[in-house]
Design a protein around this ligand. Structure first.
Ligand code: GLN
Length: 485
């Protein structure tokens, strides 16, 4: 059932929140051993929370828009109960003293947290394989990856364990796994959702957002979690988007931009037809398709991996074996420097270490201008490309785009292990997602036409990118495309 149907049913008394929670927990128990989507499951807490909702209903209280809806949270989100591991040995026993703003808002809206979802270590990865707690598997083919880094959130939603989950997206970690698992994933505008209580990867890029099976469910969740937060100075003080209600108003004669760069010769043939299918669907709905030129996206991967690694090297410096996190046992005669080195070498996996070293190098004096500053300049040029696409061009007469349409990744789900020994091949899976984070824009991935590989139908995602803080229009366009498919 969808989140909206569950909430309506609980409010009407068609079924109880406890029944819903039990159903979700049973499904997790049945499917999780094969999928490894959850790091921790909160059985007692979930039932207790669901009983509170049922009691509130019985005493005539008004229930929230997500009453009784089971949700999963990616395990880089702090809760005041359970542990917050970030998929890392470093934080395998870490307990947060507080709950993240976005999670608290979900709980206040009536959601029931079922558990913490598996993820690539510290959200670094595109396959779900770098977790200290083992790889997550794709529900459509257990020999394949679900995508990452919100691997568990995507697999849990796609396999029907929960209707919606929260993920975080720094360079595609909501949209790419949503695409590979055949569900909907929304990265909000930078500043739309509070990052308070999200363990930072790259602070200028990170954003929390929903994964769900329908556009409506993602809108419902976004509505609940969005808005200014005094604990995150980057949140925008803007009226929250009224989304779910206005979703079914179609955008009249929309202009959809398709970047020339989206027709890359490296795209898998299935990706080519999924994109073509989405274009045809929009044409049938009366959209005008225009070609746009995002000339600098070619440098997106390079700029992103420099900016993200630089910020990560700084953010992850706090894990030093002293205050919290993994602490190495020292031998006789070993001192503070050994404690730092050994704790970090033991606590972080190879991909996280690679990012920290890459970022530290890019920020070091002598290389700062050549790498980090150059990446920031490319970042500004990428933002300018998007701004141009969203503005009418007086010179050529090209209209302003309502949204930009692209694949969410260049390939369907690959086999476990297929790209693990080739970091660059893994990074290239992010070619269609990272520039959106560099520009701070909202984007949503929807299921496109699946492709058959080795006799198995594998999902593929198509991505719509919108104007900053115009999630309302983006979601209406997404709803149109969903309805057409
Ligand atoms: N795959 C990208 C990375 O490894 C994006 C991850 C993310 O969005 N958290 O950095």
């Amino acid at each position: 059932m969808s989140a909206s149907a569950i909430a309506a049913g609980v409010r009407n008394g068609d079924f109880s929140a406890v029944e819903v929670a039990r159903g979700a927990l049973e499904r997790v128990e049945a499917l999780n051993p094969a999928l490894n989507a959850f790091i921790d499951v909160f059985r007692e807490e979930a039932i207790a929370r669901a009983s509170e909702i049922d009691r509130a209903r019985a005493s005539g209280e008004r229930l929230g828009p997500l009453a009784g809806v089971p949700v999963a949270l990616k395990d880089n989100m702090c809760l005041s109960w359970g542990r917050t591991t970030c998929g890392s040995r470093m934080l395998a026993r870490y307990r947060s003293p507080y709950t993240l703003t976005a999670g608290q808002r979900l709980i206040d809206a009536g959601a029931v947290v079922i558990g913490k979802a598996n993820m690539d270590e510290f959200a670094m990865g595109s396959s779900g394989e770098t977790s200290f707690f083992g790889a997550t598997r794709n529900p459509h083919d257990h020999a394949r990856v679900p995508g990452g880094s919100s691997s568990g959130s995507a697999a849990a939603v796609a396999s029907g364990m929960v209707p919606v989950a929260l993920g975080s997206d720094t360079g595609g970690s909501i949209r790419q796994p949503a695409g590979l698992c055949g569900i909907v994933g929304l990265k909000p505008t930078y500043g739309r959702v509070s990052r308070y209580g999200l363990v930072a990867y790259a602070s200028s890029l990170d954003q929390i957002g929903p994964l769900g099976r329908t556009v409506e469910d993602c809108a419902l969740v976004l509505e609940a979690i969005a808005g200014v937060d005094p604990n995150d100075g980057t949140t925008a003080d803007m009226p929250g988007p009224a989304l779910a209600g206005a979703l079914d108003e179609p955008v009249e004669g929309p202009v959809i931009g398709v970047p020339r760069q989206a027709h890359d010769s490296h795209n898998h043939p299935g990706v080519v037809s999924a994109l073509g299918g989405a274009i045809d669907a929009f044409v049938k709905m009366g959209a005008r398709i225009v070609e746009v030129d995002l000339a600098h996206v070619a440098h997106g991967i390079a700029a992103y991996y420099l900016v993200a690694s630089a910020e990560a090297s700084s953010n992850l410096a706090r894990f030093d074996g002293v205050r919290y996190g993994h602490r190495a046992a020292l031998g006789p005669g070993e001192g503070l420097l050994d404690l730092y080195c050994r704790s970090r070498s033991e606590g972080f996996g190879p991909e996280v270490q690679r990012r920290i070293m890459l970022g530290t190098y890019a920020l070091s004096s002598g290389y700062y201008d050549a790498y980090y500053n150059t990446a920031l300049r490319v970042r500004r040029l990428i933002r300018r490309d998007y701004d141009a696409a969203f503005a009418p061009d007086e010179g050529t007469g090209a209209p302003a785009c309502d949204a930009i349409l692209m694949p969410s990744s260049p390939n369907p789900a690959f086999r476990l292990g297929e790209k693990s020994s080739d970091p660059l091949a893994m990074y290239l899976e992010d070619v269609y997602t990272v520039t959106v984070n560099l520009a701070g824009l909202p984007a949503i991935t929807l299921p496109g036409t699946p492709t058959v590989v080795d006799g198995v139908a594998l999902p593929l995602g198509v991505q719509l990118i919108g104007r900053a803080f115009d999630e309302a229009r983006l979601l209406r366009l997404a709803r149109m495309l969903e309805g057409a498919g």
